[in-house]
Design a protein around this ligand. Structure first.
Ligand code: NAP
Length: 321
């Protein structure tokens, strides 16, 4: 099969399009013919500095397609079904093998490209807001990097859960403009304005009750500074690629809390597995919007990664084999 591979970490240019052996099916797994690859934030980060579990390495968490092989011990999936899958690597390819537990059935008639973009960003945003952020109706939510995959999911989920106000940050006014239809009430251009100051101004000095922060680095201290009394930050990523430096003392006076969130640690539990299937079903019914910015051919994975790193994409960029 063909795959986008690399032999060393680096910029988008390390990605090459090559022939590699087909994946084999584990007794407890499935193999899919990939129809759409969703490039996750962790994929660009992984290419930049992640471990190469294989050489050449096929990066990528998430892809959707048709099941072409089912392991002898798998009873709940069958050949011909359309599924979306996750795994530690291997999505940027014409075929991929995953444990059956890492597959979710796509409801009949639902756009496979949209389904491809759901499990990790929506499952993560949901956990950041509700499981770890304990968000309640009437609270104020701030989504850092609102135009990211996790961000566009978090804005919608917070609004739908009855947030009194949903604030989001991005690196330009144009990017913020595109988030209004998803439920963002006010946008903060962090290149121009200080986030904590703007949050306090927009909330009559209350601050944000729940913050989803997938950027990390110095942004994380800005999130803590923007918290309301008893506010909670879900720290879920390091898109900014800078070291995390936080003054823990800034949390005590306001009874504030900071939780690390890692979906991968619980993705095979019934709780997260069922949660992701529910989110897929809701999107299929049109209750959630899946924002696809652009598609590229799999052969141009380097171009797709470069486009993402240009910070122009809002929502997801897909690769089509
Ligand atoms: N812990 C978990 O379970 C989990 C799950 C999912 C994702 N993540 C992590 O969360 C982060 C975001 O994931 P995602 O899929 O939402 O990413 P994404 O769709 O690729 O978006 C990343 C966003 O981060 C912002 N950003 C800020 N500084 C950046 C920089 N130096 N380089 C590139 N982008 C920068 C950009 O928005 P602006 O230009 O508007 O700032 C960009 O849109 C990643 O670090 C990912 O690994 C973690």
């Amino acid at each position: 099969m063909k795959a986008a591979v690399y032999y060393e970490n680096g910029g988008p240019e390390v990605l090459k399009y090559e022939d590699v052996p087909d994946p084999t099916c584990h007794p407890k797994g499935i193999v899919i013919q990939v129809a759409a690859v969703s490039i996750e934030g962790g994929d660009t980060l992984g290419r930049f500095r992640g471990m190469l579990a294989t050489k050449p390495h096929i990066v990528g968490y998430q892809a959707a397609g048709e099941i072409i092989e089912v392991g002898s011990e798998v009873t709940d999936l069958k050949v011909g079904q359309m599924v979306v899958t996750t795994g530690n690597y291997g999505s940027h390819a014409e075929r991929r093998a995953v444990p059956a537990r890492n597959a979710w059935v796509i409801p009949d008639g639902f756009d496979i490209q949209k389904a491809a973009a759901i499990p990790v960003p929506f499952g993560t945003a949901d956990d950041c807001l509700f499981e770890f952020g304990r968000m309640k109706a009437g609270e104020i939510v701030l989504v850092q990097a609102g135009a990211s995959g996790v961000g566009v999911a978090a804005i919608q989920l917070a609004k739908r859960a009855g947030a009194k106000m949903v604030l989001a940050t991005a690196s330009s006014d144009e990017r913020l403009e595109r988030l209004k239809d998803l439920g963002m009430d006010f946008g903060i251009n962090y290149r121009r304005d200080d986030v904590a100051t703007e949050v306090k101004r927009l909330t009559d000095n209350h601050g944000a009750d729940v913050i989803v922060d997938s950027v990390g680095g110095p942004t994380l201290q800005g999130s803590i500074n923007a918290l309301a009394y008893r506010g909670r930050v879900s720290m879920v990523g390091m898109a900014g690629r800078e070291p995390m430096k936080v003054d823990v003392g800034s949390m005590m006076g306001g009874n504030r809390s900071l939780s690390g969130v890692f979906l991968g640690a619980e993705i095979t539990t019934d709780r997260v597995h069922n949660n992701i299937q529910r989110l897929i079903n809701e999107a299929a019914r049109g209750e959630l919007q899946v924002v696809i910015d652009r598609t590229f051919p799999l052969s141009d994975a380097a171009g797709a990664h470069a486009y993402i790193e240009s910070r122009a994409a809002v929502g997801r960029v897909l690769l089509i084999p």
